[in-house]
Design a protein. Sequence first.
Length: 147
Amino acid sequence: MASTTIIKQKLTVKKIIGKAQSKFGKASLIVPMNGKDEFLGLNDGVDETAFEAGKTYELELAISKSGKRYVRGIISQDATVAEAPKPAPAKKEEAVETEVVQALDRDTRITLMNIGNVAANLAAGDLDNFDKAFRAVKKLYKEEGVL
């Protein structure tokens, strides 16, 4: 039987992901925790409609052996609704330059890393040969339909 740790924690709900929208088949909450947004799964006995975005709840959390956190129950609800922080208006005098970066999906990144590893083995430390080997291996991967 898997052991779990039970803790009580006061958290503000940022977003509710219903069972219908969840890709895992269970409802979950997004809460700010430890400086970033964390997902908390809802155990079977906890109703997703009991939560409202922006409200603070004292929750009983179960932490599994793998470190995943699940809401086991609601202890109490704070009556105040937290307002979402509003972004500061941008000054018109400052020109904001953004760099557009095209993101690669995970499979493409892994394939390109594999190409780099093959090319590095073929080049054996010679930087000019590495560039040639990388292009040759990438061309072969494209011809084979891997990339």
